[in-house]
Design a protein. Structure first.
Length: 273
């Protein structure tokens, strides 16, 4: 089984390159399932129902989120109606939506998706380590292959989650910091890991935000309204290969594609071209 996990889709540039790249990658890489973090899809802050539906139409099978999940209030009504959009499982009980999802690959095999959020330099949610185990155990009888998105600021917390879940899940992939790390590996008990899958969005920016605005805030210390940068997007992702019988990962590969790379990838399959 081959799974594509797409790093945080940021604003219109991120949505556009995802729209073009995902169908081409599915065809070229013989992908069975696609997961994307979408918490920054609406101009960098949150996700709406219309945008979630659009992203699903690109060939995405499940969507994860993070600390910006509630930025667009209309998502409060949409999320309970769309099980493919999950929010961090360690939000307070009673929060709309759910923290996990079981989907089906293109050949009908089950795959579990879990989302948790870290607490270091983030809002103080429930224990993500306990929440991750709880969600994984709930999925164990439904799917052998399970992917966990740990949306966290601190590298150490994400690394700790990888070791915490090693042998229990197929993959633990970090999101939130928008910079793809180069530490992809298979942990000793068979779990694929990367500290951050990166950002799918405008890389000529400061982690997606217009450079002048973000830089001005750092230099002057004065408040400023952040805006999504424009310009061509870049897709960051990982592809993991899993053994369906055991749920163990056998390979992990980073993906880092510019707009030109996508044009060269498979222009005949790119949506809308």
């Amino acid at each position: 089984m081959r799974i594509l996990f797409v790093g945080d889709i940021f604003g219109k540039p991120g949505r556009e390159i995802a729209r073009r790249a995902i169908p081409a990658l599915v065809e070229r890489e013989a992908l069975d399932f696609v997961i994307a973090n979408v918490e920054n899809a609406a101009a960098g802050f949150g996700i709406t129902g219309d945008l979630a539906d659009a992203i699903l139409s690109y060939g995405v099978d499940a969507m994860t989120t993070g600390n910006h999940v509630w930025d667009k209030k209309e998502i409060l009504d949409y999320m309970p109606r769309q099980p493919k959009l999950v929010r961090p499982a360690n939000f307070t009980p009673g929060t709309p939506g759910r923290g996990s999802y079981v989907g089906r690959t293109r050949s009908g095999e089950p795959i579990g998706v879990v989302n948790v959020m870290g607490r270091i330099f983030m809002q103080p949610l429930d224990d993500p380590f306990a929440a991750a185990l709880r969600e994984v155990e709930a999925l164990r009888g439904k799917a052998r292959v399970i992917i966990v998105d740990v949306h966290a600021e601190a590298t150490s917390e994400k690394v700790a989650m990888g070791w915490h879940l090693d042998g229990r899940v197929t993959g633990v992939f970090g999101t939130h910091t928008h910079v793809q790390t180069a530490d992809e590996r298979i942990l000793p008990k068979g779990t694929a890991y990367i500290t951050d899958a990166g950002m799918t969005g405008p890389h000529d920016s400061i982690i997606g935000v217009t450079t002048e605005i973000a830089l001005g805030r750092f230099v002057t210390g004065m408040p400023a309204k952040f805006e999504s940068a424009s310009g061509p997007g870049r897709l960051n992702a990982v592809i993991v290969t899993a053994d369906q019988a055991t749920g163990r990962a056998t390979a992990i590969e980073r993906v880092n594609l510019s707009s030109a790379d996508v044009d060269a990838l498979a222009p005949q399959t790119a949506v809308g071209r």
